[in-house]
Ligand binder design. Structure first.
Ligand code: IMP
Length: 431
């Protein structure tokens, strides 16, 4: 039995979807514990492309149970669309495969409108939000006025809470953001329709998970976004609104930290970021362009081109510490094939100072000049490699150097988009 957390070590989009899909074969339950439909996992299975925003990608494997736990903020419209699309493609034929926490908070159209309206009036320093209402929904949770899944199931309670919320939100929307407000009854009816479709999945997911652990089953906790987007430890304020680090897998799913056996960090072989904020190793030259094109670096949720740059060991070391990583999976190594030389950032220079830790201040982070080490590239196609020894020597050396710099073992290496295009040195679910 093993309980494993998978966490992103950079700014999200590290390729967690593929790693989770791969490990899901060895798990009984896969849990999504934070974020919402701002996330987007793209995976390619049997030549077919799937994009998930809310449902754990483990749903593609029959007999796996997938949980959307209390730490997630749920847009019912997106969730229903995902359920319908999966059913149409022959998946999720058994409804007991999907479980939705009764404690999860619900996203409403006013959350999205506030997200976008606020971004529009922000003077400079736009966050680059995906506009999915994630921040405003977490705000309501912290302000204790949010509406939860359990409220939807009780029509009268839901009606009262929605009325109270609308009084407040409509004032803010119309008077502060100069947007339109919402009418109570149509919104109430729309969400009662969602309730009809979703209630069969709603349960006490914390209780379900503790029973699964007692029964000796394997659980995989899938993080969304990445460590540098964490609301406490990321590049604040250019972050998302939830805690994205491994510790939140416990709080966000209602299990205790003593239950966790392994934390796997997912790290892209280079770095990308979508949205605004500091990114010390960003490349605005033809190499950055080549990484974007070869790596297909366009946001799964918004389609925005991702900013691309060299591997940053300062960032990943930060993530190793914050997540307590037991090991890492390196993804998209194949995207680097063909480069003559590859750079790796080992530290930053800020004025006269050399710094080895990611600064707390985003104002300082934008002034960080990366200090690079240059490694030899390789030209050989690597997608067929299934053992480290089958990789070109220069690729092996690149991985060895990353291991040295982040002081953490590399357990998995992804050399292509497909499930089988992977080198697995150690499977954390088979310990
Ligand atoms: P929000 O969470 O949609 O408000 O977005 C806040 C910041 O996090 C923006 O820079 C987004 O681009 C970024 N972000 C949110 N979700 C993801 C993700 O799944 N991958 C990468 N970036 C994300």
């Amino acid at each position: 039995m093993a309980q494993v957390i998978v966490a992103g070590t950079q700014w999200g989009d590290e390729g967690k979807g593929k790693i989770i899909d791969l490990l899901a074969e060895f798990a009984d339950v896969i849990v999504r514990f934070q974020g919402g439909s701002n996330a987007g996992h793209t995976l390619v299975v049997g030549g077919e492309k799937f994009i998930f925003h809310l449902i754990p990608s483990g749903i593609l494997r029959k007999a796996k149970r997938c949980v959307i736990s209390s730490g997630v903020v749920v847009d019912p419209d997106v969730l229903i669309e995902e359920i319908d699309s999966l059913k149409e493609r022959g998946y999720l034929q058994d409804d007991s495969q999907l479980l939705l926490s009764e404690e999860a908070h619900v996203i409403f159209p006013y959350h999205k409108m506030i997200d976008m309206g606020r971004e529009r009036i922000r003077s400079g320093g736009k966050i680059g939000t995906t506009g999915r209402g994630i921040g405003p929904a977490y705000e309501d949770k912290a302000a204790r006025c949010g509406i939860r899944v359990i409220d939807l199931l009780q029509g009268d309670v839901f009606h009262r809470k929605l009325e109270e919320n609308l009084a407040n939100k409509n004032y803010y929307l119309t008077h502060v953001l100069q947007e339109e407000g919402f009418e109570l009854e149509p919104l109430f009816q729309e969400y009662m329709g969602y309730k009809e479709k979703l209630q069969r999945y709603v349960t006490n997911t914390s209780l379900f998970l503790s029973q699964q652990i007692k029964e000796g089953n394997n659980i995989l906790f899938e993080g969304a976004q990445g460590t540098l987007l964490d609301v406490d430890h990321g590049t604040f304020p250019f972050v998302t609104s939830s805690s994205t680090v491994a510790g939140n897998a416990c709080a966000g799913s209602g299990i205790g930290p003593t239950q966790i056996d392994f934390v796997l960090g997912v790290t892209k072989a280079y770095t990308t970021r979508v949205g605004s904020g500091p990114f010390p190793t960003e490349l605005s030259d033809e190499i950055g362009e080549m990484l974007r094109e070869r790596g297909g670096e366009y946001g799964a949720t918004t389609g925005r081109p991702r900013r691309c740059g060299w591997f940053d060991a300062v960032v990943v070391r930060h993530a190793v510490r914050l997540n307590g990583l037991s090991g890492v999976a390196i993804t998209k190594l194949d995207t680097l094939t063909g480069l003559n030389t590859i750079k790796v950032c080992t530290a930053y220079q800020v004025g006269e100072d050399l710094i080895n830790e990611f600064p707390a201040s985003s104002e300082m982070a934008v002034r960080c000049e990366p200090i690079y080490e240059e490694l030899q590239g390789w030209k050989e196609e690597i997608s067929g490699a299934r053992e480290i020894s089958q990789l070109p020597r220069a690729a092996q050396r690149y991985l060895e150097r990353i291991e040295e710099l982040i002081q953490t073992p590399i357990h998995i290496i992804s050399v292509g988009a497909q499930r089988h295009e992977t080198i697995i040195r150690h499977n954390p679910l088979l310990t």
